[in-house]
Write a protein that binds this ligand. Structure first.
Ligand SMILES: NC(=O)c1ccc[n+]([C@@H]2O[C@H](COP(=O)([O-])OP(=O)(O)OC[C@H]3O[C@@H](n4cnc5c(N)ncnc54)[C@H](OP(=O)(O)O)[C@@H]3O)[C@@H](O)[C@H]2O)c1
Length: 263
């Protein structure tokens, strides 16, 4: 199936590694032109060069901290200028730290709001004028299965991401008449540095080995394993593509069956 992504202009936030980088790579493999963002310009430039070399597609690094309103505006403007507009925006960021209620002060909650919610608000706001000029505009927010099934010790993620889901669904309804689609992916355990760090934290806290934690995580899913980033990228790219032109307002579980309810 042709996903219809050849030549499309795409912005992927938080994309020097992990889910963001895998998503950017899949877009580039489909012939899209991609702007990738993260804070570290050196790592970002290396990832952009690597994806461009593998795919032959144009990959532009647009560094910036998604927690900063000014840097988001600058990064998205740079992307739109270099790519001649934007058709697709993928909001993403680093995950908030683990912790239970008693561990988290106001500053930790505020930071999590800036990192997860306000980054999505600002990225979408900066992209909208460009998306409104696109023939097939789409926005994807990367969230977490923790919004459907809170994960142990991840209170900030389980709480604040609910607002990102509310934002995604509301915008799908509000801006559908303008032809702009909004969807979210809710991943569980995809083997990235973030998950490796969480496994290591859990092992230390519980006094067990990392292998035991990873085995327990795998056993929580119906498929009995964690996912690879490329598997995530495939789903992300499909949901954003013209091939998914009638799909909007969907909160897509990407969890191998971790979430057990039918709906
Ligand atoms: N992996 C999973 O299974 C999983 C499951 C559920 C939810 N999630 C969520 O999905 C998101 C991505 O996860 P991941 O596993 O890909 O994480 P990761 O491997 O830690 O990668 C995070 C990426 O975001 C960038 N980043 C971090 N903070 C940023 C900021 N303030 N501004 C701009 N870029 C920033 C990082 O680069 P720099 O350090 O250079 O900025 C990096 O490129 C996270 O929010 C995570 O909590 C992941």
């Amino acid at each position: 199936m042709d996903l219809g992504l050849k030549g499309k202009a795409v912005y992927v936030a938080g994309a020097s590694k992990g889910l963001g980088a895998a998503t950017a790579r899949q877009f580039a493999r489909e012939g899209a032109r991609v702007a990738i963002n993260s804070r570290d310009p050196i790592k970002l430039a290396a990832t952009a060069a690597d994806i461009a070399a593998e795919t032959g597609s144009e990959v532009v690094p647009v560094p910036g901290d998604v927690m900063s309103a000014v840097e988001v505006e600058r990064s998205v403007a740079q992307a739109a200028e270099r790519l001649g507009g934007l058709d697709i925006m993928v909001t993403n960021n680093g995950g908030p730290p683990p912790g239970k209620f008693d561990d988290l002060d106001d500053a930790a909650w505020q930071k999590a709001i800036d990192l997860q919610l306000m980054s999505a608000v600002r990225l979408i706001r900066a992209a909208l004028p460009h998306l409104r000029r696109s023939a097939a505009p789409a926005v994807l927010t990367i969230s977490s299965v923790s919004v459907k099934q809170p994960l142990p010790n991840l209170l900030l993620s389980s709480s604040i991401r609910m607002a990102v889901i509310g934002l995604t669904k509301s915008l799908a309804l509000d801006l559908g008449a303008q032809g702009i689609r909004f969807n979210s992916i809710l991943p569980s355990f995809v083997t990235t540095d973030r998950i490796k760090q969480l496994v290591s934290d859990s092992a230390q806290r519980e006094g067990i080995s990392e292998e035991e934690v990873a085995k327990r995580q795998a056993a929580a899913s119906a498929l009995g394993r964690a996912a690879q980033p490329e598997e995530f990228g495939n789903v992300a790219v499909f949901l954003c593509s013209p091939a998914a032109s009638f799909v909007t307002g969907v909160m897509f579980n990407f969890d191998g069956g971790v979430y057990k309810a039918t709906f």
